[in-house]
Design a protein around this ligand. Structure first.
Ligand code: SAM
Length: 281
């Protein structure tokens, strides 16, 4: 495993040389062990697919880290953190967008909150299709408090919808794609009082957000997995030892807010967050 981080997803050293077998890592013979989340809710979000197997033919394939779904406890811990950062609008005005949504676990979890809408953006059509089925199961079970959709698209090209947005990232891609996406946002938002918060789990590339004018970091620190998630992930990863994911008991996370690049934007975003600085949750 090639890892340059203490915990979490990384790009394997040969990531640039994508080879066939687009969804290798999702079968029992690949070592698949289903996460308790899937067993409880009858959805399909488990599995670990190395970045080199996430081949779609898109020029950004080579920057994909891996497919692996966020631990539910980390996701919920991140939402608690975000709400402590005093969002600049009520939650039911925010659209939640998971960039690099995979099979949609974070989309399902987000839809348990009363967001205005929840969207997943996923480059791999096979994963997006599985995600759509999961969304249908979630709706049918009455668990969705927000309208949900799954869009098959390159995250770097995705246009943010109007109104306040929360962008969620579970270390989906390497620096070149993140930089392109963030620059695209900054270009579109410059001079406008738009509300955008970025929740970044396993934040290996957060320096890109820190260096982008207009963004301010509100939180950085470790968000712990629950004991149940930690135990489940140890079982899962023991069966996929060659995979490029290292599960620790926490994820390094950060929250960033678009504050604008001119005085108009900043004065609109004048609510100062609590809890800035490094913390352990
Ligand atoms: C670590 S998984 C995260 C899955 C999901 N966010 C969750 O937490 O359950 C990262 C996902 O990002 C997707 N991805 C990688 N590059 C992408 C891109 N340029 N645009 C959209 N999705 C991308 C991968 O296919 C993979 O499914």
């Amino acid at each position: 495993m090639a890892s340059n981080s203490a915990a979490g997803i990384c790009r394997p050293a040969d990531n640039g040389k994508a080879q066939g077998g687009s969804l290798r890592g999702l079968l029992v013979r690949d070592g698949l062990v289903r996460h308790p989340f899937d067993l409880e809710f009858g959805v399909r979000t488990s599995g670990l697919i190395a970045g080199r197997h996430l081949t779609t033919g898109h020029r950004h394939d080579r920057h994909a880290t891996a497919y692996y779904a966020v631990a539910p406890s980390v996701f919920r811990g991140m939402i608690v953190r975000w709400r402590r950062c005093r969002p600049l609008a009520p939650i039911d005005e925010f659209t939640f967008i998971d960039l690099g949504a995979g099979m949609g676990r974070a989309v399902l979890l987000a839809a348990e909150f009363p967001f205005r809408a929840v969207s997943g953006v996923e480059l791999n059509p096979a994963l997006a299709q599985i995600g759509r089925r999961n969304l249908a199961i979630w709706r049918a079970a009455g668990r969705a408090r927000a309208p949900m959709r799954m869009i098959c698209r390159d995250a770097a090209e995705f246009e943010l919808p109007p109104g306040p947005c929360v962008a969620f990232l579970f270390n989906p891609f390497a620096g070149p794609v993140l930089r392109r996406m963030v620059r695209n946002w900054a270009g579109k938002l410059a001079g406008r009082s738009r509300k955008l918060d970025v929740l970044y789990v396993n934040n290996e590339q957060e320096s890109i957000l820190r260096q982008q004018a207009g963004f301010t970091r509100l939180f950085h620190g470790e968000i712990r997995r629950s004991q149940a998630d930690a135990a489940a992930e140890r079982r899962i990863l023991a069966r996929q030892p060659g995979a490029c994911y290292a599960a620790m008991n926490w994820e390094n996370c950060s929250i960033h807010r678009w504050m604008g690049t001119d005085e108009t934007s900043c004065s609109d975003n004048d609510a100062r967050p609590r809890g800035a600085g490094g913390e352990r949750a």
